[in-house]
Unconditional design. Structure first.
Length: 678
């Protein structure tokens, strides 16, 4: 019997999640009237950055059917149009029996409308042509519903919002929002003529102003903003984060720096974000986390120690672990396991609710894995795989799509063609309505290319291409031969800058963080082994003060890859997590998105400097008595010493006068220390 499509429910946050794990995500239910053909009143919850699941009744099928295959021969898309007339085309997916689902994350408060596209045809699910195939019942249904304001107290990214590739551009059609007093939780915003403020504003707390086409101004508490008309902004003690195009003659005040692109990502609540995550275990979805009471306990542990990113292989058939796949079996790539994928949705939502980014890896480095979906070209099976992953997980606010681990591995036939991976990235970009960051992970580096014939730097073909939202760079520091991690991050930033498209630089699989004390990294085998002190001195602080992001590669377990028989225990590396957090916490106390590395300012000591010439972060891995060049900066600074081993300030502060080369004095002892100048 031919079923008539109709909307039957709005499921709170994520269907299938266990209540004990998502209860903190579920906001108060709000009655919503949905006007659609043959649809009754319903109760649902729709808040900015919180995803309702729309369940439809459609053709009855099963996850094993070939007559027709529900994953390939039907296509459900829903176009959602928000209050500023921006439309998101959200792909749906088959959920079992006669159920079809679309998970939608609204990014604007106000009235939304939706239009259903439900069609059938040969391989239609992977077609990007909106008119492909033939319509079935429910196609063209139109609905309207309200979305309410963001709940800043919601858990994790459901409260903080989507993680954007660059500064998030707040918009509003109500210029009156710029009048009166602005509180610390408010955001000044307008889509009136660029840079126009309609009335005087006093900033009562830290706030930001965004005016299309993309100038972002951060204001310190107590700053008065004057409305002067003619497209002008008058401000002081402020920092322009990112202007897309701006006429500087229309802006008066102290502008610290302009960034046409961005080296960091920004959350939907306007705050810049730094990654401090883990690349291990690779087979996250198959690992036995019994020491933590299971996978949810493992995520809670990581979140409790401020780890904010995890590396998750979605398919490793033919790879190191050969124990993760989204299908009903490792060999049937045309039929997806809807129960397993619902469980993955639950795990991923829990991670996002605990402020953990999902770094989703779509292929592994081994040749057998790359051949599963067709190593060359954009095959039907690969397009289906991408569609299913985007439809089921793209709604999450913090997702990063990584096309492949070690795409250019120098094994026999392992390297992927750069034009193929470009086409894969573009296909995902066309599918993903939320424009999540897309990247690819390299194996070869320019340093390897100098000593190994046939190797090229895997990222060299991609600089300047807008399709990439971040860099996922694997690097091994050959002490005494290769540049340090700090130098490498700065070099990669310069490559991006020179190519005209700045990107966040992620050092992923950075050496091996070991669960023991060691003052220097050693190389017992193919990989460097870095104990606590060595990791802190040679990787964590140098990467962060170079303006980079970090995901650790963990050593010291029976199986770094991870398996169902390996009782993986993250607490083994607790000192690593804490030290990584102490570094991030320190950097995040600065306006780090405005700061650039400038180690040449430091003399008489080995170390690293990140600054915007208004504030300085100075890391001295061996302590000592260094000097800092403050020439051209006419102000008095307060120097404090920060202990990177404890995350606490230590000792008395002192005043240092600017406009010259000034001694920092002795560090509290001969250990590594961080100097703060404000």
């Amino acid at each position: 019997m031919k079923s008539k499509l109709f909307l039957i429910a709005t499921i709170l946050i994520l269907a299938g999640c266990q209540a004990k794990y998502v209860k903190d995500l579920i906001p108060k239910a709000i009655p919503v009237r949905v006007k659609a053909r043959a649809v009754q009143d319903m109760v649902g919850t729709r808040l900015v950055w919180q995803p309702p699941t729309f369940t439809f009744i459609g053709p009855t099928s099963s996850q094993t059917s070939n007559t027709p295959n529900p994953f390939l021969q039907y296509r459900l898309n829903v176009s959602f149009t928000g209050p500023t007339n921006k439309t998101l085309v959200v792909p749906g997916y088959y959920a079992g029996s006669d159920k079809w689902e679309v998970v939608f994350t609204p990014n604007e408060e106000g009235v939304w409308s939706s239009v259903v596209s439900f069609r059938q045809g040969t391989n239609i699910s992977v077609s990007l042509d909106p008119n492909a195939g033939t319509p079935i019942a429910g196609n063209g249904d139109v609905n309207m519903f309200n979305v309410f304001a963001r709940d800043p107290n919601a858990s994790g990214f459901f409260g903080k919002g989507k993680l954007y590739n660059g500064p998030y551009i707040f918009t509003s059609t109500n210029p009156s929002e710029l009048s009166g007093n602005i509180g610390s939780d408010d955001v000044l915003k307008t889509t009136n003529s660029p840079y126009v403020i309609t009335s005087d504003v006093t900033v009562m707390g830290d706030a930001r102003l965004t005016a299309d086409p993309g100038v972002v101004v951060a204001f310190k508490e107590g700053v008065s903003i004057k409305a002067v008309g003619n497209g002008a902004i008058v401000f002081s003690n402020s920092t322009v984060l990112r202007p897309a195009t701006v006429d500087e003659s229309n802006i008066s005040g102290t502008v610290v720096s302009f960034f046409p692109d961005f080296y960091y990502r920004t959350l939907g609540d306007g705050k810049a974000w730094i990654k401090g995550g883990t690349d291990s275990p690779e087979c996250f979805l198959a690992v036995n986390f019994s020491p933590h009471g299971g996978v949810y306990g493992a995520l809670s542990y990581l979140s409790g120690h401020h780890v904010n990113s995890i590396y998750v292989l979605l398919m490793n058939v033919g790879g190191d672990g050969n124990n993760v796949w989204p299908w009903i079996s490792s060999t049937d790539i045309w039929h997806y396991d809807v129960t397993k994928l619902k469980t993955w949705q639950s795990i991923f939502a829990y991670a996002n609710s605990h402020e953990i980014l999902l770094h989703l890896i779509l292929n592994e480095g081994e040749l057998a894995n790359k051949e599963v979906l067709g190593k060359t070209g954009l095959t039907v099976q690969r397009k289906l795989y991408y569609r299913e992953m985007v439809a089921r997980f793209g709604y999450l606010n913090a997702v990063q799509w990584n096309l492949s681990e070690e795409y250019d591995h120098h094994c026999g036939g392992c390297k992927l063609d750069v034009n193929d991976v470009r086409s894969w990235a573009d296909y995902i970009d066309a599918l993903d309505p939320y424009d999540h960051s897309i990247t690819i992970h390299n194996w070869g580096t320019e340093e390897q290319a100098l000593i190994e014939p046939g190797v090229v730097d895997g990222w060299s073909p991609f600089w300047g291409e807008e399709r990439w939202g971040t860099v996922s760079y694997q690097y091994r520091w050959e002490r005494g031969i290769n540049p340090s991690y700090n130098t490498k991050v700065i070099t990669l930033r310069n490559y991006a800058d020179t190519a005209g498209h700045k990107l966040p630089i992620g050092l992923d699989e950075a050496d091996s963080f070991e669960p023991f004390e060691a003052s220097v990294c050693t190389k017992p085998s193919w990989n460097w082994s870095c104990g606590y002190t060595a990791a802190r001195r040679e990787l964590i602080w140098p990467i962060y003060l170079g303006g980079g992001n970090l995901e650790t590669y963990l050593g010291g377990q029976p199986n770094q890859i991870g398996s169902p028989t390996d009782p993986y225990d993250f607490s083994v590396w607790e000192t690593v997590w804490d030290q990584m957090w102490y570094a991030r916490k320190f950097i995040e106390s600065f306006p780090f998105w405005t700061m650039t590395p400038n180690n040449s300012l430091l003399t008489n000591a080995t170390g690293y400097v990140l600054t915007n010439h208004d504030v300085y972060a100075i890391y001295l891995p061996n302590g000592g008595n260094g000097s800092i060049n403050l020439s051209g900066t006419v102000k008095n600074f307060t120097l404090r010493w920060y202990n990177p081993r404890t995350g606490q300030y230590q000792g008395a502060s002192k005043v240092i006068q600017g406009n010259g080369i000034r001694s920092l004095g002795n560090t509290p002892d001969s250990n590594d220390w961080v100097g703060e100048l404000r």
